[in-house]
Design a protein around this ligand. Structure first.
Ligand code: AMP
Length: 394
């Protein structure tokens, strides 16, 4: 179900967006990517003759507080839309209904932070029903929270059995992920990095059955290198994960999936930007030294594997890219993705840190799709059904 399947003219579209943006101490929006990504949906609804009621969470408030009020983003949103935006000081009850029920065609309103009510996160049905009174149609455009069974992301859809749809952002996210996971152009390569193997283990277990090549970088690579009998010095390892890491390596061998681990590593004598840095083979790291980035040989191999692939999924940095001396691996992969995209590969990047790395390299427009979901994307890749998606399809 998409917006074009709905009869929207003259009706109030209640849209769940993800306006959970970083604010500075004075309440100014520091990065408006999430707001910008919701604009196509808002504009399509206005163009089709609807009025628009926006609802979102912001941060993790404990009760009502100025610090987490969505009022702070109203002027920024107005600037991006070129329209005025009415603000309701609560998301349910009279103050919300006074605004949403008096909205005229072409007008826009924003409701106060959903998480000022704890019923939002608990998925309370009565609260979802109160929210539903603010619209005649329900549109979910918040991929970042699609893996949550919250009142505004999933439960509310019950109140709109015939009048619910995905927004354009969520539609784009689903189409990008299914391009990679169902019937991709091959070879299909997944690049998974980041700090902890435990947080992405289920994803790796699922991907190893689907991809042609699985590239593992970042801190999580050392648990795999340890599982293969290597010496990893003081690198980040999760000993209790070694057994499952071994099982993934065995599954890869029986599926003919190629696993790429970094052959060498940039190692440091302390976890600091001003440490001493030396290159070791990743399975021969000296005691007290820790691998903080993939090394020069690994960079070359990883870039070559990217270049040979037709579909590429990337989640998680190759090293502690926040330290300049350990950023080369992540930036090499980012640039290799750009070149592969130019050659016709389909490239999908997700997860806060990989998206940040792509942005630092100025390559946001040089990959096929940048996902707005970290946790949601990982759960999708684990093979789970996301409640926010299921609720629209039901
Ligand atoms: P994640 O949230 O799991 O994607 O992890 C991202 C974090 O992993 C970043 O802040 C990186 O600094 C960190 N990271 C990447 N490689 C390593 C490494 N070799 N050792 C320790 N931390 C790492």
């Amino acid at each position: 179900m998409t917006i074009s399947d709905l009869n929207i003219r003259g009706r109030r579209a209640l849209v769940r967006v993800d306006f959970n943006v970083p604010l500075d101490k004075s309440g100014n929006v520091q990065d408006d990517t999430r707001i910008r990504r919701a604009l196509p949906t808002i504009k399509a609804l206005l163009k089709g003759g609807a009025s628009v009621v926006l609802m979102s969470h912001l941060g993790r408030p404990k009760g009502v507080s100025e610090e987490f009020s969505l009022k702070q983003i109203v002027s920024h949103l107005e600037g991006l839309l070129g329209n005025s935006v009415q603000f309701a000081s609560d998301c349910v009850g009279d103050s919300a209904l006074d605004v949403s029920q008096n909205l005229k065609q072409g007008e826009i309103a924003l409701l106060e932070n959903l998480r000022f009510h704890e019923e939002e996160k608990s998925g309370d049905e009565f609260f979802a029903g109160q929210l539903a009174e603010n619209g005649d149609l329900y549109i979910n455009d918040a991929f970042g929270t699609a893996h949550r069974n919250h009142a505004s992301t999933a439960v509310i859809a019950r109140f709109f059995p015939e009048d619910k749809a995905f927004g354009k952002l969520l539609e784009g996210e689903i189409s990008a992920l299914s391009k990679v996971m169902s019937n991709p152009a091959r070879p299909l390569l997944a690049i998974i990095g980041g700090a902890k193997v435990s947080s992405k283990l289920t994803v790796l277990e699922n991907l190893v059955e689907k991809v042609d090549k699985l590239m593992i970088g970042g801190g999580m690579a050392y648990t795999f290198i340890l599982a293969k009998g290597g010496k990893v010095g003081a690198s980040l390892v999760e000993k209790e994960m070694v057994v499952r890491a071994k099982a993934i390596l065995e599954k890869a061998a029986s599926n003919s999936t190629e696993i790429l681990l970094p052959e060498d590593s940039i190692c440091a004598d302390k976890f600091s930007a001003d440490a001493n840095f030396v290159v070791f083979n990743s399975d021969e790291i000296k005691e007290n030294w820790m691998g903080l980035d993939i090394g020069p040989k690994a960079c070359e191999k990883f870039a070559a594997a990217v270049s040979e692939s037709k579909t590429i999924l990337w989640n998680g940095p190759m090293g502690v890219f926040e330290f300049e001396a350990c950023s080369k691996g992540t930036f090499t992969v980012a640039n290799a993705l750009k070149d592969a995209t130019k050659k016709g590969a389909y490239t999908l990047v997700g997860g806060g840190d990989s998206v940040a790395a792509i942005n630092v390299c100025g390559l946001a427009n040089d990959v096929s799709y940048m996902s707005t979901g970290g946790g949601a994307m990982l759960e999708y890749l684990e093979g789970k059904t996301l409640p926010g998606i299921a609720a629209i399809l039901d």
